[in-house]
Design a protein. Sequence first.
Lengths: 139, 121
Amino acid sequence: MAESNDGTISLVVVVALAVATFMAMLIVDIAAWGLANAQAQAAADAGALAAVVQASSGADGRSEAQRVAQANGATLVTCRCDGHDGPATTISVTVAMPVAGFVIPLVGFERVHATASATMVGQPVSLQSQAATSQGLRR
Amino acid sequence: MSLEAALVLPVVALVAWTLLQAAGVFVDALRLHDAARAGVRVAVTSHDDRDVSRIVAAVLPAVARDLDVSVDPASRRPGDLVIVEVRLLRTVGPLQHDLVARSAGVAEPILGMNQVAARGG
């Protein structure tokens, strides 16, 4: 007597669909990781730039780096904000950015890190002094 | 074609289409982020928001007319936190999705120097 196949689906198809769904989630995760990586690098760059301007005038570069990192959706991890070498000030900032995804956070990649350095030689020129210079040149 | 294939093929096609659309959205999100990043670099050194819009449009020329660029604060001084937000309404099949990218920076001491130099010159 022949067996009826009504209402059945092979195990191979079920497994293939599960694998396809998992791969789709993984691809979306990799894309999200790439986006988070770019955002983290932007946050680190902006944080280092802001911090070096502050630190070169003697102010607290770390709090400035933290403020900018937070505004970019990242968290400040480390700030080497004491890099004075003669007239040059060098700041190195590392930030962490959370990764939104399905699979990657489950295997430990919850956040990406990015590091940026900025160096400023001398002190920042103020707008007022530039305006005075311009007026002096005009006379 | 077997019944299994008839059932599975539309699902596979739907998964493939969704993946392609998701990839497109992520590429747009990355480009939008690049544009916002370029925009904030201009915004921290210039008072003129039109400069920001110009650089954002230059980064995304294909969709320049559909972009909505905002700079906060509109009037800024050195040391202010400046946030550039770029929005793009993207259509995915029957759905419309509002993509948003934000980038922040601190207005630099040279803010407005180019305008002052232009007036002085």
